[in-house]
Design a binder for this molecule. Structure first.
Ligand code: SF4
Length: 332
């Protein structure tokens, strides 16, 4: 039986800019079960980070709004919670790891105090000072930092160690869901592998589900159970890791992404980059948003936006090429 934790349904996110509506995310659907990892992949500007921030309702109220859709967490629509109730969810039931550990941490507070601050805010168990300190020591050991370093400040840590502190803060309240937005992009490649291994081990140990936002297909293959491919604010393909990484993908953009990374198993010495650039959200083309770059573009693609077509449960493709092979389905 599936244990659905998060259900993002037909989510649309817009920004107001100079009196105009700019559509950053359009009609995104996906679910995450308990303990599962969902990868969101795509180029910069595809709407991945906006999507991640929207789950925690961290988008700026003054400019961002959600005209349509829902974000259900354990059956409750987060978009309908009061600000106060949302604060109880943030950091406690859902946590976030941001890209750059230096800007996520407070430079004038010791790392121990920063971990304890998160814990104190959601101190449901009414732990006393000694118990709080003990919990900080435990979580620091969990992420591989000796507890005696808790009195030190962020500038005394390397980039990789700082990101471990960020992970400790994110996990100290045992959240059920972690949103990780490019958690290793700011780190050296060797340190990236260590940090990813820590996240994966802790996830297994604690049973935490994760939405992992990245532009790196290698990280998706290593960490995720399923993946959504984003292009110009839309999730154009969604499927299991087994399907997508065994080559059972259908959208021309997904094909382009895989064609533009090196593959040791093929003889081709040349990569095939996707021609052109992704359109900015304030200047999206009519019809299929990928059509100006798509080598399979047909007349219909220039005027009609494709529906989502399902070829099997959990695998959909938003492309007219697939309309006769898959069947349209309501995700609800
Ligand atoms: Fe290409 Fe048309 Fe499919 Fe868009 S709908 S990806 S333009 S074939």
């Amino acid at each position: 039986m599936s244990q659905e934790l998060l259900h993002v349904k037909d989510l649309h996110i817009s920004f107001k800019a100079k009196g105009k509506d700019v559509r950053a995310v359009t009609g995104v659907d996906f679910t995450v079960d308990k303990g599962q990892t969902m990868g969101i992949v795509g180029e910069s500007g595809a709407g991945k980070s906006v999507l991640g921030l929207s789950i925690l309702r961290l988008l700026p109220d003054a400019t961002a709004y959600i005209p349509q859709g829902s974000i259900e967490f354990k059956g409750n629509d987060l978009l309908k919670l009061s600000k106060k109730d949302m604060q109880k969810v943030r950091g406690d039931q859902i946590s976030m790891i941001f890209q750059d550990p230096m800007t996520s941490l407070n430079p004038v507070m010791s790392v121990g105090d920063q971990i304890i601050e998160a814990l104190r805010y959601h101190n449901k168990d009414k732990l006393n000072k000694a118990q709080l300190e003990q919990r900080v020591d435990e979580v620091m050991e969990l992420v591989g930092i000796p507890a005696y370093r808790k009195k030190e400040y962020p500038h005394q840590f390397s980039g990789g160690m700082r990101q471990r502190v960020v992970i400790a803060i994110a996990l100290v309240c045992n959240p059920e869901l972690l949103i990780a937005d490019e958690p290793t992009t700011a780190l050296d490649v060797t340190i990236q592998a260590q940090v990813l291994a820590i996240i994966r081990d802790l996830q297994k140990k604690l049973g935490t589900a994760m939405v992992l936002i990245t532009h790196d297909l290698g990280i998706v293959a290593q960490m995720c159970d399923k993946v959504g491919v984003m292009y110009a604010g839309e999730m154009v393909e969604h499927g299991s890791i087994e399907d997508i990484f065994s080559g059972d993908f259908h959208h021309p953009y997904t094909m382009g992404l895989f064609g533009s990374i090196p593959n040791l198993e093929t003889e081709s010495k040349r990569l095939s980059p996707i021609p052109g650039l992704m359109p900015p959200p304030n200047n999206l083309p009519e019809g299929c948003r990928f059509h100006p770059r798509c080598k399979h573009c047909m007349e219909i693609c220039k005027t009609v936006a494709p529906e989502k077509y399902y070829d099997k449960e959990g695998h959909y493709v938003a492309c007219h090429l697939f309309r006769d092979k898959g069947k349209e389905e309501n995700h609800d």
